[in-house]
Design a protein around this ligand. Structure first.
Ligand code: ATP
Ligand code: MG
Length: 310
């Protein structure tokens, strides 16, 4: 798998008046071809700072960044040709231009000839389902349509690496879904994609790998399926044939903080640290009639909450 982005020991300290803000504190990660990475983390964690450092809009305090073999600091024009970006907010496109003109403009700015740029612009407009919006300035389109134009503009010069900072922010289900499906297809064109979002359901739909940053440090960098399996192992649901959950409570007095009772379903959820603990718990519960034992595959939101809780 060819490497498209490598970030090594990236640090960014902002200085504002007499304050210093350590936004990014020595992070390292990679993005490879055909890989979609969800870059997650709470507000202020350092996601946008990282993305801006990769596209050369923020000068890192230290560390190394390499985009398809080029340095954003030393070879900004070469990096710009390899990189497609949607930045946070709505300054990604030109408001007076329509969809085709926007895509054409951004393609030409990154070195593509006029004829080819026009061809690309029409192709992308069609793929983005925006043909009926040709001739309308982007400022007069809905937010979802504007975001599609921004995606088109970011793809105009056929970049290998895409950095998308909250591309579905404020979009309705259908528009978000469209962007998610579009991004997923790009993976099969061997592009690498780094996407930030606070919508964990979207991250779960789109990502192969989850990268979580918190207070400027990477706390998780893992394949989504592996992450789910790891968290799945730690939770077991046990259902009983009877309704007497007080009996269960008595039995489990030693494990007070480790389970949640769900009286409606005659079920308990038990969290455990290792497999020895499961045997102990089952042993204690043995005299009771158990009707079902199953594991629960956590969704990304549950995983995220429990990681943040640590
Ligand atoms: N230009 C700046 N000058 C000073 N401090 C800044 C600047 N830009 C960002 N910061 C600070 O750096 C930290 C990280 O901000 P950043 O925008 O990278 O976070 P984020 O993870 O993108 O958050 P969000 O999810 O809210 O978009 C914050 O404490 C922020 O206040
Ligand atoms: Mg941000």
């Amino acid at each position: 798998m060819r490497n498209l982005l490598s970030v090594k020991n990236l640090k960014k300290v902002y200085k504002y008046k007499n304050k210093t803000i350590e936004a990014v504190r020595g992070i390292s990660f990679e993005v490879n071809q055909g890989e979609i990475i969800a870059f997650l983390g709470p507000n202020g964690a350092g996601k946008t700072t990282t993305i801006k450092s990769i596209c050369g809009l923020v000068l890192p305090t230290s560390g190394e960044i390499n985009v398809c073999g080029y340095s954003p600091k030393k070879e900004p024009h070469k990096v710009a040709k390899k990189l497609g970006v949607i930045l946070e907010g709505n300054r990604n496109i030109l408001w007076k231009l329509d969809v085709v003109e926007n895509i054409e403009y951004f393609a030409m700015r990154r070195g593509i000839g006029k004829k080819e740029a026009k061809k690309i612009a029409y192709e992308l407009t069609e793929k983005l389902n925006l043909k009926d919006k040709i001739g309308i300035p982007t400022e007069r389109l809905s937010r979802g349509m504007q975001q599609k134009v921004a995606l088109g503009a970011s793809l105009a010069h056929k970049p290998q690496l895409l950095l998308l900072d909250e591309p579905t922010l404020g979009l309705d289900y259908e528009a978000s879904q469209f962007i998610v499906e579009y991004i997923k297809k790009l993976k099969y064109e061997n592009k690498g994609i780094l996407i930030t979002t606070h919508q964990l359901d979207i991250a779960e739909k789109v990502a192969d790998r989850i990268l979580i940053i918190d207070k400027g440090k990477i706390i998780i960098d893992k394949n989504l399926d592996i992450l789910k399996k790891e968290f799945q192992k730690k939770k077991l649901m046990i259902s009983f044939e009877h309704n007497d959950l007080d009996l269960v409570k008595n039995k489990l007095s030693m494990y007070k903080n480790k389970y949640v009772l769900n009286a409606d379903k005659k079920e308990i959820e038990i969290y455990f640290n290792d497999s020895i603990e499961i045997y102990e718990i089952i042993e204690i519960l043995k005299p009771l009639k158990i009707s079902k034992i199953h594991t629960h595959t956590p969704n990304l939101e549950e995983i995220f909450i429990s990681i943040r809780g640590r």
